[in-house]
Design a protein around this ligand. Sequence first.
Ligand code: 1CP
Length: 343
Amino acid sequence: MKKSNQIFLDACNGLPTKRTPVWIMRQAGRYLPEYRKIRSKATFHQMMHKPDLMTEVTLLPMKRFELDAAIMFSDILVIPESLGMKFDLVPKVGPVFNNRISNDNDIKNLNYNNDYFKNIYKGISSIRSDLNNDKSLIGFAGAPWTVACYMLEGKPSKDYMSLRSLMIEKPDSFKLLMEKITDATINYIDGQIKSGVNVIQIFDSNGTYISKDHYEKYSLPYISKIIRHINSRNIPSIYFAKGLCNDVDLILKNEPKVLGIDWTVNIGDIKNKIKNKVVLQGNLDPSVLLCSNQIIKQEVAKIIDSIGNNQGHIFNLGHGITPNVNPISVEFLIQTVKQLSKK
Ligand code: 1CP
């Protein structure tokens, strides 16, 4: 494969880079005062669906820091909205759906509307044309299992029992739900690619709520259908498998180009297990960003050292940045990654 002018894209493709590229999950979020200022005047949905606002918010961290990739400002819960389920962001609770799925008919009645995404696609084109051409634009979607957790519960939950019991008691209804989410996601990803994203990340943030046996039967087939689709479009796929990283052989069956590693595992151990089959992304514990610069440097060094001189690593946190982080610590983190990883 030929090198591009984007260091992030080259790393995704396993090509050598002069240093380790870096971006941060949830980099365009509430820890930024400029985000909070925009958010005080606009609703979350306006920020997602007004192309100008979506562009502005996506580019906020790119203006402040020397990151190698932007992630489009959106949410994994646009998929349920495109299927007819609306949500509101409720302070201190998070996304809450007006109606949750409570019976088989609710699943049968989910109806995909591609028009839902038209302003999001306009936003992506506008971001891509405003972004420097040496920076990559990341598109994303949730893994069907993770998205379905919210559709059944109607809001964030500690255990997602509603989806787990549906899966066990009514496998046919569960299957129909997962197929509808998967088909919608594949359409949506195609739209993102046509509009200009360079890479797609699949967030499986609720991956811990399913047992290994159930994962293989009830979650993996849908994720791998989506990832195979991304791969067939010659766009790098990143699979962020939160809580599943100890079982590398299992999650690699999805065939992502890049594996996003959560902060609970040792990235050096994972590197030894994967034997260069995939590129790794991660995995600084987000709480390190609340510590002193000295600690941040020490923890970044551990990750860079355990990867060694080998290529095939993208620096990131092991989950999203939290709202209580000082942006000055983010600046220090990025500079430290660049300095310590120079080859
Ligand atoms: O202003 C606000 O209050 C909004 C908070 C917020 C933000 C900034 C939500 C609600 N979503 C987002 C943006 C977002 N969500 C992005 C783009 C921004 C960026 O990365 O820079 C992305 C990639 C997501 C993805 C997302 N949404 C995930 C997967 C990633 C993860 O952190 O695990 C999940 C689980 C969601 C659902 C969701 N949306 C919003 C919240 C607070 C949540 C989490 C709900 C929960 O606690 O389970």
